[in-house]
Design a protein around this ligand. Sequence first.
Ligand code: PMP
Length: 308
Amino acid sequence: MGLTIYLNGSYVDEEEAKVSVFDHGLLYGDGVFEGIRAYAGRVFRLPQHIERLYESAKSIMLDPGITEQEMSEVVLETLRRNNLNDAYIRLVVTRGKGDLGIDPEKCPRSTVFCIAASIQLYPEALYEQGLDVITAATQRNGVNTCNARIKSLNYLNSVLAKIEATLAGVSEAIFLTREGYVSECTGDNVFIVKKGVVITPPSYLGLLEGVTRNAVLELAAKLGYPADEAVFTRHDLYVADECFLTGTAAEMIPVVKVDGRIIGDGKPGPITRALLQELRQLAAVDGPEIFPAAAKATAPKGRGRAKK
Ligand code: PMP
């Protein structure tokens, strides 16, 4: 038996978790999603992820068909049914089944599914050594095209830049906007540190307002580092004292080289390290519990967490 998947109101084995070839999520990338992490029995920033999912859905006029509270419960219950305390969760709402035309009006019911799987952590050496990245020739979608603030299923813009990164032999690519401002990476937000100030581009440039990004901005303020959402260019990347990426899967990864320019002294910087430590501490205590203590204490014997 494989993973237990939530699909349109039921919990089913992964072998039975199938969607139609007429689903517009598949045919047109018409849908929205979230990538969420659970750490030590808690779902990190779950309300923030659910809020962003519903904002993405609202922006594309997609009705998930269940309330935000029900959606949160779907995430928690999927984790429970798979007996997971540490996990990566993929929550997806598509436009649903329609005809072969684009018109979303022809799709009467959205498709909702949730996958929770054990995580594959990035090797610790990456956090110690830092990444080598490039800036992509592919521009970030403009705010009036397919705004990346919407976490939509249409990731082709990111896929194209990821191909560039792979061809260049590095693991990430940083997008620039049409005007040449630094935007974000294919699946992470980007930060620089200059003279003690922690800086990340503002979301109005058309980048995903990362949950990890926002947590790091809060933690910077808590640790007393001035933090700013400001527009900057490739030049500012090259001459930064420190650079790092943030994302649900990666947490915080230091960047030590951009387009062949060594960042700082070529090693993960002290502010990056301090913020990563703080983020890991926050992850251990933030978010709703998957198996609340009261439920654990009152659960009848023989009805363990692994029940499917
Ligand atoms: N930008 C993009 C394009 C992403 O796909 C992601 C999520 N993987 C992020 C930024 C980081 O967002 P979060 O911290 O919410 O995972």
